[in-house]
Design a binder for this molecule. Structure first.
Ligand code: UDP
Length: 262
C-alpha cells in the first residue's frame, strides 16, 4: 500500500495556496493531496472537484473567465505539470512538489482498495476504461470498480452518465476526458452528483489500459515529460506551444513584480 494511504496525512507538506497567473494552486505534495481527498470523502456532504493544472490549461484560462472560475472554485488544485512548479519558484512562492494527475490516481486507487472506496472510471475511447479497470482490478484485488463509461458521449446523454455514476455508489470518480473538457464537465455536474470526489486525470486511462506510455521517471523528474510526449505524439506540437507562452507570461509577471518593488 502507498505510504500516503497507510498513514493519513503523515509527512504531508502544505504551504497554503499560491497564485499562478491569477489561478489558485494549493501548496500540497502527494501525501497532502491524498489527505485532502480523504477529508473530502469523510465530509460526505457533496461532490468535490480536484483539478490537475498544467501550463496549457493555465494559458486557456487567461482568456476564458469561465474556466478560470472553475479552477479557482475547485476544492483542490494540484500542479500536474513541471511548468506550474517552475512558475511558482520564479514568482517567489514555491510549491512543494509536482503532483501529476496520473501519480495521484495511482495513490488514490491504492487507498481505495485498502479503504473500500468504490471508484468510477469516466473517459477515453470506448473500451479503454474497461481495459484500465480490468488491469487495475488484477493489480489491486481489494479494489471495487463501481463502473466505467467512455468519454465520447453526446450532450443529450450527459444526464444518463450522471445517473449511472450516482447509481454505482462511486466515491472516487476519475474523469479522464482531457483538460479542460473534464474540468468543465465536473463543474457542470457537481450539483447533480452524489457526495464523491471527482479528479481530472487527462489521458491516464490510456496509460493504465496499455494504449499509451508515460515518460521515463527521470524525464519527468527533470521536467521533460512534455518532450517525451512531443516525440511520441508530434500532432501535439501546436498545443505544446502553450508552454513557452506560459513561461514568457510568468517571466513578465516576475519582472512586473520586481519593478513594483523598486
Ligand atoms: N477524451 C475523452 N472525451 C473527449 C475528448 C478526449 O474522453 O471528448 C479522452 C481521450 O480519449 C484521452 C483523454 O481524453 O484519453 C485526453 O488525453 P490527453 O493526453 O490529451 O489529456 P491531457 O492529459 O493532455 O489533459
Amino acid at each position: 500500500m502507498s505510504e500516503a494511504c497507510q498513514e493519513p496525512g503523515a509527512g504531508a507538506c502544505e504551504v497554503g495556496s499560491v497564485d499562478i497567473l491569477g489561478l489558485r494552486v494549493h501548496g500540497v505534495d502527494m501525501a497532502g493531496a491524498v489527505s485532502r481527498v480523504r477529508e473530502m470523502l469523510l465530509a460526505d456532504d457533496r461532490a468535490h472537484q480536484v483539478v490537475t493544472l498544467n501550463s496549457e490549461m493555465a494559458m486557456i484560462a487567461r482568456h476564458d473567465r469561465d474556466l478560470a472560475a472553475i479552477i479557482n472554485g475547485a476544492d483542490l488544485v494540484v500542479p500536474d505539470g513541471a511548468g506550474v512548479v517552475w512558475a511558482s519558484r520564479v514568482l517567489g512562492r514555491p510549491l512543494p512538489a509536482r503532483v501529476a494527475g496520473f501519480d495521484l490516481m495511482q495513490e488514490l486507487v491504492a487507498c481505495a482498495a485498502a479503504e473500500d472506496w468504490p471508484v468510477f472510471l469516466l473517459g477515453a475511447a470506448p473500451g479503454v476504461a474497461e481495459e484500465a479497470a480490468a488491469r487495475l482490478a488484477a493489480r489491486l484485488p481489494g479494489l471495487r470498480i463501481a463502473g466505467t463509461h467512455h468519454g465520447f458521449f453526446r450532450d443529450q446523454d450527459e444526464q444518463a452518465v450522471v445517473a449511472r455514476i450516482n447509481a454505482s455508489g462511486a466515491r472516487l470518480v476519475f474523469v479522464a476526458m482531457g483538460a479542460p473538457r473534464q474540468d468543465r464537465w465536473t463543474a457542470g455536474n457537481r450539483g447533480r452528483l452524489r457526495p464523491s470526489v471527482c479528479i481530472g486525470v487527462g489521458g491516464s486511462l490510456d496509460v493504465l489500459a496499455g494504449r499509451a506510455s508515460r515518460a521515463p521517471k527521470w524525464m519527468g523528474e527533470m521536467g521533460f515529460e512534455w518532450l517525451y510526449r512531443l516525440v511520441r505524439e508530434p500532432r501535439r506540437f501546436v498545443r505544446m506551444l502553450a508552454l513557452p507562452r506560459f513561461m514568457l507570461q510568468v517571466l513578465a509577471e516576475r519582472f512586473a513584480m520586481q519593478r513594483h518593488k523598486e
